[in-house]
Design a binder for this molecule. Structure first.
Ligand SMILES: [Zn+2]
Length: 364
């Protein structure tokens, strides 16, 4: 951690932003999320109806699949991820709160909240503590020793992107070595292996039943067409979510931290780590909504429980604070940031590449 930063002032600056938004929360935010939920429902119902029109013409499969993919993306990104962070708990709406929201994806909501909300958002980019850094599959920094399997990590990455919902669903079970591997001596999970397995199979089973059996069966002779369209919608959603999440966490300038340097960390240092552990994407408003405002990943990491649609207006204020304290603010267009992600995956596929560390520490 850099020593020439006034972490106390940094904390004061970010706490003030947080307080201002928190006191301003109200009907605008509630109306916003309710409107997004209405649009999501319409897109999902509409998509499933349009798919059924394939009885008349097979071309209906394409718009039906795209509408369903759009509904799933909204459900997972702008609604599910944000509601499960507790961003709308203050509304006291039984259907829009982090305690009992369940989303249209293979991963069980409880598992997501344990791994993502707690682990990833607390220990962001601390090697050895944040299991989201490379997901235990990819070497994304030279803090991790190179292993021969890293040569193929570009292919691993492509597979992970296509099957992203299953990677997310299996993440906690892999980390807890539920099916294979030696149990870690410092296991912290309060759940037994059998509970984790039961929740995994129950959620995965419901998703498979809904998308690959129930709706295809409703279509009778068109069973395989509807099955393929549902599969296509899930694949599109997987590719989109994975790409956006990689752009928020693994661009060139994103830094990593060691457990030692984060020991006894102050709140100001925590804010600093969150800023350096994330990157943003620029784009039109509709693009931000489709990313669940994870295009403002820096703001999300600083304020994970503030309604995400607020990040868009917060971003210039956060950038000004970063500038004031001499902290890099990593942002760019989708193509620039995604190019940097692909470059990072490729660079760390190989051993002893000189300047890796220097490069990853350079502000963009
Ligand atoms: Zn999050």
């Amino acid at each position: 951690m850099k020593s020439d930063i006034n972490y106390t002032q940094l904390k004061t600056d970010f706490d003030l932003i947080r307080k201002q938004v928190k006191t301003d929360l109200g009907s605008t935010d509630a109306n916003y999320i309710r409107r997004i939920i209405r649009i999501q429902r319409l897109a999902e119902i509409g998509g499933r109806v349009v798919l059924m029109l394939c009885f008349f013409n097979l071309w209906f499969l394409l718009p039906g699949m795209l509408m369903l993919a759009f509904a799933k993306i909204l459900d997972n990104m702008e609604i599910g991820h944000n509601v499960m962070h507790g961003q709308y708990d203050w509304m006291n709406d039984p259907n829009i709160n982090s305690r009992n929201f369940e989303w249209d994806i293979a991963s069980d909501a409880g598992s997501w909240k344990r791994i993502h909300n707690h682990e990833h958002h607390t220990y962001t980019n601390i090697i050895g503590k944040d299991r989201d850094f490379g997901y235990g599959l990819l070497r994304m920094s030279d803090d991790l020793a190179w292993r021969p399997k890293n040569r193929w990590q570009f292919i691993t990455y492509l597979n992970l992107s296509l099957l992203f919902e299953w990677g997310v669903a299996y993440h906690e079970l892999a980390a807890e070595r539920v099916f294979k591997g030696k149990k870690k001596s410092n296991r912290t999970s309060s759940l037994s292996d059998s509970e984790l397995k039961r929740m995994f199979f129950s959620k995965a089973g419901r998703q498979i039943f809904k998308d690959y059996l129930f709706f295809p069966l409703l279509a009778g002779p068109m069973f395989f067409y509807i099955l393929a369209a549902n599969m296509g919608a899930n694949l599109l959603r997987n590719l989109w979510t994975s790409t956006i999440i990689f752009c928020g966490h693994f661009t060139e300038g994103v830094e990593t931290f060691s457990e030692e340097e984060c020991e006894g960390e102050s709140k100001g240092q925590w804010y600093y780590r969150q800023m350096l552990g994330s990157s943003n994407l620029t784009g039109p408003r509709w693009f931000h909504i489709l990313t669940g405002h994870l295009s403002c990943q820096i703001e999300h990491h600083l304020f994970p429980d503030i309604p995400a649609h607020r990040y868009y207006d917060l971003a210039p204020k956060v950038a000004a604070i970063a500038n004031k304290h001499g902290i890099p603010y990593n942002t760019g267009s989708f193509f620039k940031q995604y190019g940097a992600v692909l470059n990072r995956i490729w660079t760390y596929s190989w051993p002893d590449k000189k300047n890796n560390k220097d490069k990853s520490n350079q502000p963009i």
